[in-house]
Ligand binder design. Structure first.
Ligand code: PEP
Ligand code: MN
Length: 361
C-alpha cells in the first residue's frame, strides 16, 4: 500500500465534505417533493403509504447500483430515506390540527366566569360525583367557597355501567347546580351525554363536561364545539393520546377553542387502582397541544388513599388543575361512594396541597 501524504488525505476529506453537503441538499429537495406528494394524496383522499410504489422505487435504484455498496446496504439506506419522507407527511398532518401547539404556540386560556384556566395558576374543581339534592350540593359548595375555590362539579346525567344504577337527576340536577352556583358565586361543571341536551344545559351550567365514555361520541363533540361554552373533555377509557387530541379537534373544528383536557386514567391490566393514571400524558398533552390540562384523581385511582399523592404528582408535573369528588357523606352517595372525600377530608387534602400549588399567573 502506498503511503498517502497528509495533503492527499486532506483533499479526499474535502471531497467527502462536499459530497455530504450535496447529499444533504438532495435529501432535503426530495423531502420537499415528498411533502407536495403528501398534500396531493390528502386532497385525493389517498393513503400516504404505498408499498407497491416503494417497491418500484427500490427496484429502480438497485438496478442502477454498481457499487461499492452492496444492494442490501443501499436498500437499507433508501428505506430510511423513504421512512423519513413518510414521517414528514405525517408531521404536516399534525401541524394542521387546530389544537396543536405547532399551529398555535401560545397557551389557550379558558375563561370560566373570569377564572382564567391555563394562565399558569393551578386550580381545583371539586364536587360530588352526582347531584343528589340541593342540600347535598350546597354543603359542598359552601366548603369549596370557604377554601377560596371557584369551580364546582356535579353530575346530573350519569353514564353508568349498569342501566339499573342511579342515572342522575337530569335537568332537575342542572337546575340545582344553577341555583347553588348563583347563591355561592361559583361556576358549575356538569356532564352532558346527549347532543340534543346541550342547548338547554348551557342555560344552567358554566362548563360542559364530556365524559370518558363519550370521548368519541362525535355528534356530541360537534355539538359542544358549536356553542359558546367552555368544554371539559375527559380522556376515553382506553383512548390513546392521539385519539384524545383528535377528539378535542372535533370540538375546536366547530369554532369552540375553550377546551380543557382531563386525564382520568386509562384501562390497563392493573387492578390495584380503578384505572391507571397516565401521569406522563399531562406533559405530552401540554407539549402537543395549546390547551389546559387537568387531572381527575378520583376516577383515575378509585381510591381515597391515593387522592393526595396523585394530586401532588399532577401539580408537580405541571397540570393546570386537579379535579376530585367531594360529598358531604360519601358512604350514602348514590355513585362512587368508595372514593369521594367527605368535607373534613377535602379540607385536609387541600391544606396538604396548598404549599405545592403554583399560584403565579
Ligand atoms: C365524572 O367525572 O363524573 C365521570 C363519570 O368521569 P369519567 O367520565 O372520567 O368516568
Ligand atoms: Mn364519579
Amino acid at each position: 500500500m502506498t503511503k498517502m501524504s497528509n495533503n492527499e488525505l486532506e483533499k479526499l476529506r474535502q471531497q467527502a465534505d462536499e459530497l455530504n453537503l450535496q447529499i444533504l441538499k438532495l435529501i432535503n429537495d426530495r423531502g420537499n417533493i415528498v411533502k407536495e406528494i403528501g398534500k396531493a394524496k390528502e386532497a385525493q383522499g389517498v393513503n400516504r403509504y404505498d408499498p407497491v410504489r416503494e417497491r418500484t422505487m427500490l427496484n429502480q435504484i438497485l438496478e442502477e447500483n454498481d457499487g461499492p455498496f452492496e444492494n442490501s446496504t443501499i436498500q437499507h439506506i433508501f428505506k430510511e430515506i423513504f421512512k423519513a419522507g413518510l414521517e414528514l407527511q405525517e408531521d404536516d398532518h399534525s401541524k394542521a390540527l387546530l389544537v396543536s401547539r405547532k399551529k398555535k404556540p401560545e397557551n389557550t386560556i379558558v375563561n370560566i366566569n373570569g377564572e382564567a384556566i391555563g394562565d399558569g395558576k393551578q386550580r381545583f374543581i371539586v364536587g360530588p360525583c352526582a347531584v343528589e339534592s340541593y342540600e347535598q350540593v350546597a354543603e359542598v359548595a359552601a366548603a369549596a367557597k370557604q377554601q377560596g375555590l371557584k369551580l364546582l362539579r356535579g353530575g346530573a346525567f350519569k353514564p353508568r355501567t349498569s342501566p339499573y344504577d342511579f342515572q342522575g337527576l337530569g335537568v332537575d340536577g342542572l337546575k340545582i347546580l344553577k341555583r347553588v352556583a348563583d347563591e355561592y358565586g361559583l361556576a358549575v361543571i356538569s356532564e352532558i351525554v346527549n347532543p340534543a341536551h346541550i342547548e338547554e344545559a348551557i342555560e344552567h351550567i358554566d362548563v360542559i363536561q364530556i365524559g370518558a365514555r363519550n370521548m368519541q361520541n362525535f355528534e356530541l363533540l360537534k355539538e359542544a364545539g358549536s356553542v359558546n361554552k367552555p368544554v371539559l373533555l375527559k380522556r376515553g377509557l382506553a383512548a390513546t393520546i392521539s385519539e384524545f387530541i383528535n377528539a378535542a379537534e372535533y370540538i375546536i373544528a366547530q369554532g369552540n377553542d375553550q377546551i380543557i383536557l382531563c386525564e382520568r386514567g386509562i384501562r390497563t391490566y392493573e387492578t390495584a387502582t380503578r384505572n391507571t393514571l397516565d401521569i406522563s400524558a399531562v406533559p405530552i398533552l401540554k407539549q402537543e397541544t395549546h390547551l389546559p390540562v387537568f387531572v381527575d384523581v378520583t376516577h383515575s385511582t378509585g381510591r381515597r388513599d391515593l387522592l393526595l399523592p396523585t394530586a401532588k404528582a399532577a401539580l408537580a408535573i405541571g397540570a393546570d388543575g386537579v379535579m376530585a369528588e367531594v360529598h358531604p357523606d360519601p358512604s350514602v352517595a348514590l355513585s362512587d361512594s368508595a372514593q369521594q372525600m367527605d368535607i373534613p377530608q377535602f379540607e385536609k387534602w387541600l391544606d396538604a396541597l396548598r404549599p405545592l400549588v403554583n399560584i403565579h399567573a
